[in-house]
Design a binder for this molecule. Sequence first.
Ligand code: AVI
Length: 361
Amino acid sequence: MMQAKQPEGRAALLHKKNGVRKLFAPASRRAFQDQGHPGRRSTDESRPRATEAARISAGERDALIAGLIAPSARLSSKYFYDSLGSRLFEAITRLPEYYPTRTEAAIFARHAGEIAQAAGTGSTLIDLGAGNCEKARALFGALRPAQYVAVDISADYLREALACLQHRHPEIAMTAIGVDMSAGLSLPPSVPAGKRLFFYPGSSIGNFMPEEAEDFLAGLRQQCDEDGGLLIGVDLVKDKSIIDAAYDDTLGVTAAFNLNALSHVNALLGSDFDLRDWRHCGFFDPELSRVEMHVETRLEVDVTWPGGARHFEAGERIHTENSYKYRLEDFSLMLQRAGFRNVRSWTDQRNWFAVCHASIR
Ligand code: AVI
């Protein structure tokens, strides 16, 4: 569903769509008793209960509650990205342990010329999950896009970032689209059909289940004319200790990012998750080739929201995210199954991360 045009001018065509992400595989559960928090903390009136239950559709609310009350509780990773969550994610990207962002940036910097040769110049650069728009901005010099379309779930954050970028690059036409891409992406008619270069950096593709990832890529393929293409970053399989550290950092920023999803849910649902009752849990599962993130109760708790409630045992988890790590050969095959051709890839010296370009013809 499209929203009305925003008043801020070129950089502010915002569209919003409430989509429901397919749910992830059931989270594992384990019995756990935290010695530091014995006994049970029950809900009480002294806890803050957020009342900003306005920005959620009935369908999204139902899906959210269905996840919370499922035997293995789950929460879509889209709930990470309220305004604070987007800033916490930005902080994650600067952590010493979180290698993907700086590794990818180094690949872009080192191979910008070859990437531009493969991708061409003068295209409509469609930045999926644009965030602060920094990654695309760094490529403006090499790719020289005619138009820049920034897409992100956090519309407020995007609007700020794009307003600033438009000021610095008045020569590039810019459009912001606030949309939950996990439900699929449909671009407004103002985005030219020809010469579309989809830009999907950061290994966000890893946050889809593999079959969903392939569908998503095939959907992008459908939205390209023959002269279109895709420039995408993907995190590669590597030693577990490196990945574990990236998703459970010493400063606790990833923990804050994960737990903040519960605050966001409180604001949307009017629920009373008390963040003091929950801890962060993030680890790489080599068998499934994915990082799993969960929030886990420190003790037995009851969570309530208008019209419903859920009891959680001590040590019970809510599965909040998967982040798949690929072997480059497998990812290249996935691109081809999705309908892309001429896959070219660039990696760092340690083979930790890959940037791929693929075309249509
Ligand atoms: C956005 N996405 C690619 C990040 C990732 O690495 O899967 C999200 C994230 N979750 C924890 N840290 C970062």
